[in-house]
Design a protein around this ligand. Structure first.
Ligand code: NAD
Length: 357
């Protein structure tokens, strides 16, 4: 059956990098039997310019009806003065909420060819391939009550509430175990159960869910130790699953292990594996329109879409191997260029991946 893909290029380098991912998908469609129909709509600042709203009704409708969403990036300094609800970034929050995307998957892969881009020694990180599954719609970011209050002595106090219901923990744990089943079959659940009741429940529920995935090994780690282990010996991890707050921090830490923001894809999934796929980087206004942005994060996001939503693991692997091959050929966009490699632009990089498919 033909699957519908909503393509939302967005702002800045978004359209440039998305165009390359679309080229890759169209080649798979033409030559490798991938049955998809692509439909493009504006989002973020581009949508504000055209429709006075960062997430117009028609874009949201398309995203809701599609099987998957491929997004570039949103944002730009010219929109900074807009009221908060009209800013481009609001479109992302709107899409996540409306599509009920509760699981955020962020792989951190360091291709051996790029090991020198990391700030860690190559022997510690070369070949790193881990996946952080972060809960995206609960935890202290959304918990009520929250606010500021004035104490009896006149001093102000800020407060937020960390909370997770069992079903919220269970559904994100299932995403993590299922993902591990397609990888090296290890899940490390990260929390702070020695101090927090919410974390105690988290550990209990994840342990219970693990019984349904007998072929996956489960371990537990406190978040402070996890932060340390990520820089000490990151290759020990396959899949890490954690809450919204801890995941926010750990996923950025893991991204930096690879040293190249232009290489990292992400996925946000709902309960039926429908997903929104996007590079982790932003709209990079400093290089937008110059044809120098690295399209590989977006191309790898398309590969994740094939793996997690479209159930085409072989084609996903084909894209990932093609990316590895162009790196072997020594092709590099400016952000990952080093002495002795060939510097190419956005389109040349996209063309090379298409060739390598
Ligand atoms: P950014 O990720 O856009 O850029 C950070 C740095 O990385 C810049 O120097 C940029 O040139 C570089 N970079 C990013 N992607 C690259 C790529 N593919 N190839 C080569 N270099 C790349 O982050 P920022 O500068 O903090 O934010 C810029 C805008 O993007 C802001 O408006 C911000 O709100 C928005 N933003 C959007 C998203 C999103 O759409 N998901 C995420 C983060 C930031």
């Amino acid at each position: 059956m033909t699957k519908k893909i909503a393509v939302l290029p967005g702002d800045g380098i978004g359209p440039e990098v998305t165009a390359e991912a679309v080229k890759v998908l169209e080649r798979l469609q033409r030559d490798f039997g991938l049955k998809i129909a692509l439909e493009t709509a504006p989002v973020g600042g581009a949508a504000y310019e055209a429709h006075k709203h960062p997430l117009p009704e028609a874009t949201l409708r398309l995203a809701k009806h599609a099987d998957a969403v491929l997004l570039g990036a949103v944002g730009g300094t010219r929109y900074d003065a807009l009221p908060r609800e009209l800013r481009p970034e609001k479109a992302l929050l709107g899409l996540r909420a409306e599509l009920q995307l509760f699981a955020n998957l962020r792989p951190a892969i360091l291709y051996p060819q790029l090991a020198s881009a990391s700030t860690l020694r190559p022997e510690v990180v070369a070949g790193l391939d881990l996946l952080i599954v972060r809960e995206l719609t609960g935890d202290i970011y959304f918990g009520e009550p929250r606010g500021l209050r004035t104490l009896a002595n006149g001093e102000r106090e800020g407060f937020n509430t960390m909370k997770y219901a069992e079903h919220e923990i269970e559904r994100v744990a299932r995403v993590a175990f299922a993902a591990a089943g397609k990888r090296r079959r290890q899940v490390c659940s990260v929390e702070k159960a020695n101090v927090l009741e919410t974390s105690g429940l988290w550990r209990e529920v994840v342990t219970r869910v693990a019984r349904d995935y007998a072929d996956v090994e489960l371990t537990h780690m406190y978040v402070d130790n996890a932060a340390m282990q990520l820089v000490r010996a990151p290759r020990q991890f396959d899949v890490m699953v954690t809450g919204n707050l801890f995941g926010d921090i750990l996923s950025d830490e893991a991204a930096m292990l690879t040293g190249s923001i232009g290489m990292l894809p992400s996925a946000s999934l709902d309960a039926r594996n429908k997903g929104m796929y996007e590079p982790i980087h932003g709209s990079a206004p400093d290089i937008a329109g110059r044809g120098v942005a690295n399209p590989l994060a977006t191309i790898l996001s398309a590969a994740m879409m094939l793996r997690y939503t479209l159930d085409e693991p072989l084609l996903a692997g084909r894209i990932e191997r093609a990316v590895s091959k162009v790196l072997d050929q020594g092709l590099r966009t400016a952000d990952i260029w080093t002495e002795g490699t060939s510097k190419v632009g956005t389109q040349q990089m996209g063309d090379a991946v298409v060739q390598a498919l």
